[in-house]
Design a binder for this molecule. Sequence first.
Ligand SMILES: Cc1cc2nc3c(=O)[nH]c(=O)nc-3n(C[C@H](O)[C@H](O)[C@H](O)COP(=O)(O)OP(=O)(O)OC[C@H]3O[C@@H](n4cnc5c(N)ncnc54)[C@H](O)[C@@H]3O)c2cc1C
Length: 407
Amino acid sequence: MQIEVAIIGAGAAGIAAARRLQDRGRKVLLVEAMDRVGGRAHTITVEGLALDLGCGWLHSAERNPLARFAEAENAAIDRSHAAWRNQLRNLGFSAEQQRAAWKTYDSFDQSLRDNPPPDDIAGKAIARDHPWRPYLDMISGALNGAELDFVSAKDLLAYDDSASETNWRLPAGYGTLIGGAARALPLSLATKVLAIDHQGARVGIETSKGRITADAVIVAVPTDILARGDIAFTPAVDDHLHAASCLPLGRVDKLFLAMEDADAVPPETHLLGNPHSALTGSYYLRPFGRPLIECFFGGIAARAMEEAGDVGRIAFAIEEISALLGSDFAKRLQPVAGSWWHKEATIGGAYSHALPGHADKRAILAAPADERLHFAGEACSAHDYSTAHGAWQSGLDAADRIEPRLY
Ligand SMILES: Cc1cc2nc3c(=O)[nH]c(=O)nc-3n(C[C@H](O)[C@H](O)[C@H](O)COP(=O)(O)OP(=O)(O)OC[C@H]3O[C@@H](n4cnc5c(N)ncnc54)[C@H](O)[C@@H]3O)c2cc1C
């Protein structure tokens, strides 16, 4: 088969691009380094329960193209309200403190708009010694995988301005939906792309399994992979690689703990470990009513957990939960699964944030390098970066841009 478009990376972006081109009658090949599709959309099944190690929420669901796809696929969708903002029985975080913390977040957000901080450093919009600064850094850890000092204020607002409060979930897993979308696509798994030569009549792609040629290529790999030079480009694409290095992946990881006595806490509730520290976990109790706790660590907390390792992370989570729900409850928790996204060789982290002063790099990364070399992936999205639907839309956009240029 003569390939018209090779798509590198079978995450949400690559799958969306390949589907769009195949729908238009183009001959495509999806080339993926891992032995599975989905990338950061990854559902595993433990004791019959589908657990999302990566994306789980269909954010901004009313305008999310993957929500429309899920509906078209007749996937079961949970449209109930997310419990993130609640603190079960106000444990360790009084109602008054919660109001003060959110009021501080709202003033911070307003200040980013009214008085853009010097050097575009989001962290400069709130004093370092403000009592709720750790809380805001915790939120930034969840949203960006990094604390506010490492995040562009402009980039943060671009996301904030377009995101809604409507968040849905898929009981069978977001990874299941996205991975399933690749089922009819020509695919080469366990095939790592090493080099792309886009100077000749056809694009030459060197892979761990040999050479592929195509009329055009869409590169849909994470920014850290581009920035560290895993793929050699001839001619060089320095502007794109530099843009990728200014959009690094932050750190976010999950840990799932099984509960012996599910009825000990109400379903669909939430606890923040310690509202006075950025180095804390967020604990979603009994998602979908299951006998589980989904522990979520972002930014500095995710980095600390990496240092602590498997055993240390479990101990940390159990200690925080124990402080809120008691040791009798916590000692009956058992780890069942967890992610270490930074350690995934062909991913390298959780999701992208723009470094201060570099929000414009998303448009640079999204622009075609030339007629036959285009980029896609969550980091290319100006407003929906860091999300699966942003990645998906970036793949559709790259396909739409490349298709008219093919013979
Ligand atoms: C813990 C966590 C929670 C998240 N929660 C949510 C959420 O609730 N909602 C949401 O919308 N988003 C969430 N996200 C983000 C979302 O998962 C990602 O933004 C999205 O899946 C990224 O898709 P992508 O196609 O851009 O990249 P990826 O999914 O990373 O796909 C890129 C692919 O390229 C492959 N690749 C890399 N190098 C090569 C190479 N040299 N050759 C061939 N293949 C290569 C990789 O193996 C990978 O499969 C979360 C992410 C994490 C980590």
